[in-house]
Each structure stands twice: as C-alpha cells, then as structure tokens.
Design a protein around this ligand. Structure first.
Ligand SMILES: C[S@@+](CC[C@H](N)C(=O)[O-])C[C@H]1O[C@@H](n2cnc3c(N)ncnc32)[C@H](O)[C@@H]1O
Length: 353
C-alpha cells in the first residue's frame, strides 16, 4: 500500500486528512501544510531545495461510513495544489513528495508493517498529525508507540468535552477507567488538562520526554491539542507559539488560570502560572534538585514554560544573593540543546544561604 519512503529525510504524516478543504471551502490540514511548505513565498521551500533533503507528506483519509469520496477528493485537491504551485513558481521539479493513502487508522496503525518501519526509522525526522473526530482513535497503545518512535514529534487533537459529556461511552469508560480520571462538573475547562495528566502518567519515568497541551474554547465546547517530542528544540518551538497566543499562561485561549487582566485594578505583576512555576523552580534549586542550568532550563520546559523563566528565576535569586553561578556567566535560554556540560554557556548553581 505504501510507496517507498525510506530515502526521505523528513516525513509529515497526517493520518486523518479529510478532503483538503472543509465544507465552507477553507483549507484543512493537508492544504495548510502544503501552503506552509511550498512555493516562492514559503521560507521552507528554498531552504529545503538548498539543503538537498527530501520531504514527504503522507495524507491518509478513510471515511468508514460512506464511499471513498473524501479520499478521492483529497487526491484531486493535492494534485491540483501541487500542479498550480509548480506552474506559479516555474518549477520543473518539486522538492516535496506527496502520498495519499486510505487506511483505516483504528485497524491498521497498530499492525501495519510499513507504518512501523516509517516510525521506527532512526534517520528520518517525522511529524505525525492526528486530527480525529471525537476521541476514539488515540488510546494508550497508540500514544506509547508515538512516544517511543525515534525522531518523531506528534500533535493530536482531542475533543475533551466529548469525553466528559459521554462518560458512559465505552471509549470514555476505558480512558477514565485506565487513568482513574475524574472530571469536576464545575470546571469543564480543566477537562483537557486532566486527559493530558493521564497521558503523561504513561510515559516511562526514566524517559526524557516533553508533553504539552493547548486548550481551545469554541462556543460551549473545549477542544485541545497535545504535542509530544523527545527534543527540547521541538518543545521550545511549540512553547513559543503557545505563549504568543496566550501570554498569561501559554496554555489556552480562555484564561483557564483565572488571571486578572493586565492594567486593571487587580492586574498582577506576574500571572498565576508564571508565579507558580517560578516558585516551583526556586524550590527545586534551593533543595539542590536543580544543580545546573541544563537541568533548570529543561525543567522549565517540562513545567510548560519557555526556558527563559528559569533564567529569570536565577537572576532573581542572584540579586537577592541567595545563589551564585559557577562557570560561564551566560544567560542563554534558547536552543538549549546546544548547552553541554562544562562547555560554553554552562554553569552550576551554588547556594549561598
Ligand atoms: C476531524 S476530520 C479531519 C479534518 C482535517 N484534518 C482538516 O483539517 O480538514 C477527521 C477525518 O478523519 C476521517 N476518518 C474517520 N475515521 C477514520 C479512520 N478510522 N481512519 C482514517 N481516517 C478516518 C474522517 O473521514 C474525517 O475526514
């Protein structure tokens, strides 16, 4: 069923692609991805061309109840988009490859040997997108497969309020039972965070892994996305997007932490999330759990903040003469994977009192 992909360097795998456009004609995930990647105006197109690397998009669509109209539409829409891009940009050859498949995710993800081979390949970078209807498709086994796949980041969408609303549905029961989840009726906005906590609890404790979420309120419903990566750079990029959208907490479009608005009578200097994370980092620094900047910057990421919040905490403690830095006096807080022990930008923390 799958085309040979193993020479590719980057693979984007959209498992629930739809037809390419929604009912109103607005671009769906496959077209959004292609628009972002292809064409003169895209910053990625030229850099990919110059790098000599190959990028493959795999779009999968399987409409279980109807005939395969969406799958056929998807093929046509992707073909059209690619052809137009080639013509508009006078490209004889496109550096992006696209494959369209129509497997049933629920049946084939766990067993298909081609998917396994793609996910387990250690040379290629992979980005997996799971935009399911409802919540039925990503269970603990799917999640664990993705977490354990090398060089694989993923994002999945979940309608958290479905889970809450259909507590008696067998899939909800499985989730809720497995994770011993309980939902507070009065706080529907927290539903999504509870599900994330469940997924977090099944990541092996000895694995360095970053999981983040973003909650989106639309009408009376709460939707969420969950992003997972084993690499700090992936999480730094995701965090940057989240904090740009939600400067208070980097986690929702609906002020989940109940912060007062800035510039109001009760406006706080620090939002609840920022205050809480700084307190937590301070505690871990002073208890000796965080002994150097590598650990502190990574811990900030796993507390779902940008690494710079750790640097702010350090500056604060230095100013109060509670700690001093030993080694390099750099406040580097981005691209933290480049900081290596006892090399440039690395420091240890010494507690003064
Ligand atoms: C929420 S829509 C995805 C929309 C698309 N990502 C977009 O941005 O426009 C979910 C899609 O998954 C497809 N689908 C449902 N069950 C599936 C399955 N078991 N395997 C693969 N695709 C499925 C549906 O036909 C539908 O087009």
């Amino acid at each position: 069923m799958f085309i040979k992909l193993f020479g590719a360097n980057y693979i984007y795998y959209d498992f629930f692609a739809g037809s390419g456009y929604d009912a109103d004609g607005a671009p769906g995930s496959p077209i959004i991805l292609l628009e972002e990647a292809m064409g003169e105006k895209s910053k990625h197109c030229n850099s990919i061309k110059n790098s000599g690397k190959a990028v493959t998009f795999i779009f999968n669509e399987h409409e279980p109840t109807k005939r395969q109209s969406k799958f056929e539409e998807l093929k046509i829409n992707i073909e059209k988009h690619t052809r137009k891009c080639k013509e508009d940009n006078n490209c004889a050859h496109c550096c992006f490859k696209t494959n369209i498949t129509n497997m049933d995710f629920g049946k084939e993800f766990k067993t298909d040997i081609n998917i396994k081979a793609i996910l387990n390949n250690t040379n290629n970078g992979k980005f997996v997108i799971l935009d399911q209807y409802g919540f039925t498709q990503v269970d603990a086994e799917v999640f664990t497969t993705l977490v354990n796949a090398p060089r694989t980041d993923f994002i999945f969408f979940i309608s958290s309020s479905f889970l809450k609303r259909f507590e008696e549905h067998p899939v909800s029961k499985k989730f809720i039972g497995d994770g011993n989840l309980s939902f507070d009726e009065s706080k529907p906005e927290e539903c999504h965070q509870i599900i994330v906590k469940y997924f977090e609890s099944i990541i092996p404790s000895n694995k360095e892994y970053y999981l983040n979420h973003f909650t989106i309120k639309k009408g009376g419903n709460y939707y969420g996305l969950i992003f997972g990566t084993a690499h700090t750079l992936g999480m730094e990029k995701f965090q940057r997007v989240c904090w740009n959208i939600d400067p208070r907490a980097g986690e929702s479009n609906c002020n989940i932490q109940n912060d007062f608005e800035a510039n109001t009578l009760f406006g706080q200097l620090e939002t609840n999330k920022i205050h809480g994370v700084k307190e937590q980092l301070t505690k871990e620094i002073l208890s000796g759990n965080i002994k150097d900047n590598i650990k502190g910057l990574k811990r900030a990421l796993s507390l779902r903040c940008l690494p710079s919040i750790f640097t702010e905490t350090i500056k604060d403690l230095e100013k109060k003469k509670i700690i001093e830095r030993l080694g390099c006096k750099s406040y580097r807080s981005t691209d933290i994977h480049r900081i290596k022990e006892n090399q440039a930008d690395y420091y240890k923390i010494n507690i003064l009192r």
